[in-house]
Design a protein. Structure first.
Length: 118
């Protein structure tokens, strides 16, 4: 049994369809960011950085408090996106190192079992 808490549930995308984010981030853009390949994220990272810079500039030039708040939310979204991409890149590098170490250990164990000199 899943316990539902008050408010939006995890994975809910209604804010992107109807909320304050809908003015700045389309559902297509959001799904494109999540569907992009994980092997090379430099383009996505650059795009997120450009969008963050734009949101910060628009926030500074906004006169209306509601508009200022909307750009602030957009800034937070793009900053979170950048952080997530950076964390995924760090985790990916760690996995590659662990796989390589496991592979080398397996070769050494096979060599030891066959009494092969190093």
């Amino acid at each position: 049994m899943i316990i539902r808490r008050r408010g939006a549930q995890p994975g809910c995308r209604n804010a992107l369809k109807h909320g304050i984010y809908s003015h700045f981030i389309t559902l297509a853009d959001d799904s494109d960011l999540h569907d992009m390949a994980d092997d090379n994220t430099q383009d996505e990272l650059n795009l997120a950085r450009m969008c963050l810079a734009k949101a910060l500039n628009e926030k500074e030039s906004a006169i209306n408090p509601k508009e200022k708040l909307a750009w602030d939310f957009a800034s937070h979204y793009w900053l979170d996106t950048i952080i997530i991409i950076k964390i995924k890149n760090m985790e990916r590098k760690q996995v590659v190192v662990e796989v390589w170490d496991t592979f080398i250990d397996a070769i050494r164990a096979a060599n030891d079992k066959q009494v092969i000199k190093r």
